[in-house]
Design a protein around this ligand. Sequence first.
Ligand code: CMP
Length: 137
Amino acid sequence: MVKPDGVQRGLVGKILQRIEEKGFKIVAMKLAAMPEAKAKEHYAEHVGKKFYQDLVDFITSGPSVSLVVEGRGAIAAMRKMNGATNPVEAVPGTIRGDWGIETGRNVVHGSDSPASASREIALHFDPSELVTYKRID
Ligand code: CMP
């Protein structure tokens, strides 16, 4: 997901380019403002943490771009491409290392496991919105 800061700063195209050039296939994509209820579900694992409300406020502060990315090792590779959660620690060459500002505004979110990917995809997409096509490299 490209978070509201990434959308507002005009970074969507550059982020999509990295994903495509890596060789991953984008099989679903949506620009939408996340309603508060959906944000709370998305970040359910953080309920009770001191940054939880800030997280919900931020992710609902403007449109974000949700993506389903397919490819070998896509979850682990996307997390590496995203970089460390804290942009100060994210190495240059990663999305957060190059463009992140602070932990609360770190440009992108990536699912951290197959289980969370399934949950998050189901939250943001109807199954009919995932497409099948052949990627030619
Ligand atoms: P994300 O990958 O979207 O998953 C949870 C988010 O919580 C994380 O990126 C950060 O943006 C945010 N987060 C994690 N730790 C903190 C923190 N200590 N303070 C503020 N936000 C945090």
